[in-house]
Ligand binder design. Structure first.
Ligand SMILES: Cc1ncc(COP(=O)(O)O)c(C=O)c1O
Length: 326
C-alpha cells in the first residue's frame, strides 16, 4: 500500500508544466511550477507547515495553543490544515479587499476569521497587522506567526521548492520569475538556485501601489508609491524581512487590469485555472521578453487556484465594472 499518514504529508512535489500558447512569442522554454497541487491549493502550505513545526521545536507553539496570523488567505489555509491535523486553534486576520471565497474557505477548515479595513496604514490599530499582534497579546497560549518576518517562511522554499525546481529542470533552469508578497518564495527559491548556479537570474513581479520595485532600484522606501490596488497576493506597503533584495536581479510591475486579464487568459488559453498573482506573473514574464534567449529555461511559479477568484477575475460583470473588459 502507498498512502500518506495525514494530509500534511502530501505537501510539495508539485508538477512543472510547459506553457504553450501564451508564451508562443518567446524564444525559450517556459515552465510553470504549479503549486495548486498542494492540499490547500497553494504554495503557502509549504511555509505554513515549516513555520508551525519550527515553532513547535522552539517551544513557542505549545499543545492546545492558538495560532494567529494576518493572512490574505492562502497562508491561513495552510496554517489551518496544520492546526486541524496537529490539534491547534486557528485565528486568521484578513483585510477586507480579499475575495469572499477566501474568507469562506478559511471558515470551512475551522478557522475563526477577523476582517479588517485595507485602506489604513500598517501601524493603525485597525490594520490587520496590528489586529493580529493585539490578539496574540490578549489570548493566552497563542502564537503570532508573522509570515513577513518569520525566517521559516523563506527556509521552506529553500528546503523544498528550490530543490524541486533544480531537480525537475535537471539543473538547466536559467531564470526564475515569481510574484512577491512576503518575499518567502522568491528569497528561498532564489537563494537555493543561485547557490547551485550563480548565473540564474531571479525576477520579482510587483504591482502598482507597492514599494518593492523602487526600493530595489534606489534603496528609497517611497511612501508616494503606496496606494490601494486590486491585485491580490503580491506587492506590499512594508519591507518584510523575508524579501532578500540582494538575490533579486530586478522587478517588473504589472497593472491591475493586465493581471486580471491574464488570469482569465491562463484559464482560457492554457487550461490553467489559477489565481490573480499567476496572471500578474505571466504578464510580467512577457514584459521581460528581451531578457530571454533561445536556450533559456524560464521557470515561473504560480501560487494559487482560480476557485478563490470566481467572484472577481472570473466574473465578467466584475471585470466590466472595473473596466478591465468591454
Ligand atoms: C496568491 C498569492 N500570490 C503570491 C504571493 C506572494 O508570495 P510570497 O509571500 O512568498 O512572496 C502570495 C502571498 O501571500 C499569495 O497569496
Amino acid at each position: 500500500m502507498e498512502y500518506a499518514n495525514n494530509i500534511l504529508e502530501t505537501i510539495g512535489k508539485t508538477p512543472l508544466v510547459k506553457l504553450n500558447s501564451l508564451t508562443a512569442e518567446l524564444p525559450c522554454l517556459v515552465l510553470a511550477k504549479y503549486e495548486t497541487f498542494n492540499p490547500g491549493n497553494s504554495v503557502k502550505d509549504r511555509m505554513a507547515l515549516q513555520m508551525v513545526e519550527d515553532a513547535e521545536v522552539a517551544g513557542i507553539l505549545k499543545p492546545g495553543g492558538t495560532i494567529i496570523e494576518g493572512t490574505s488567505g492562502n497562508t491561513g489555509m495552510g496554517l489551518a490544515l496544520a492546526a486541524v491535523v496537529k490539534g491547534y486553534k486557528m485565528i486568521c486576520v484578513i483585510s477586507d479587499k480579499q475575495s469572499k471565497e477566501k474568507i469562506d474557505i478559511l471558515k470551512a477548515v475551522g478557522s475563526e476569521v477577523h476582517v479588517c479595513p485595507t485602506d489604513v496604514a500598517p501601524e493603525d490599530p485597525r490594520s490587520y497587522y496590528s489586529t493580529a499582534k493585539r490578539l496574540s497579546k490578549e489570548i493566552p497560549n497563542s502564537w503570532y506567526v508573522n509570515q513577513y518576518d518569520n525566517p521559516s517562511n523563506c527556509k521552506a522554499h529553500y528546503l523544498s521548492t528550490g530543490p524541486e525546481i533544480w531537480e525537475q529542470t535537471d539543473g538547466k533552469v536559467t531564470h526564475f520569475v515569481v510574484g512577491v508578497g512576503t518575499g518567502g518564495t522568491i528569497s528561498g527559491v532564489g537563494s537555493y538556485l543561485k547557490q547551485q548556479n550563480p548565473n540564474v537570474k531571479v525576477w520579482g513581479i510587483d504591482t502598482y501601489g507597492s514599494v518593492f520595485k523602487k526600493y530595489h532600484e534606489t534603496g528609497i522606501f517611497d511612501e508616494n508609491e503606496i496606494y490601494p490596488y486590486v491585485t491580490e497576493g503580491i506587492g506590499e506597503d512594508i519591507l518584510p524581512k523575508n524579501v532578500n533584495f540582494g538575490i533579486i536581479d530586478g522587478f517588473t510591475k504589472v497593472t491591475d487590469k493586465d493581471a486580471a486579464v491574464y488570469t482569465q487568459r491562463l484559464a482560457k488559453e492554457e487550461g490553467m485555472f489559477l489565481g490573480n498573482s499567476a496572471g500578474a506573473a505571466i504578464k510580467g514574464l512577457l514584459q521581460l521578453k528581451e531578457h530571454f534567449s533561445k536556450d533559456d529555461v524560464v521557470v515561473v511559479l504560480f501560487h494559487d487556484h482560480g476557485s478563490r477568484y470566481v467572484g472577481k477575475m472570473f466574473n465578467d460583470d466584475w471585470m466590466r465594472e472595473k473596466g478591465y473588459i468591454d
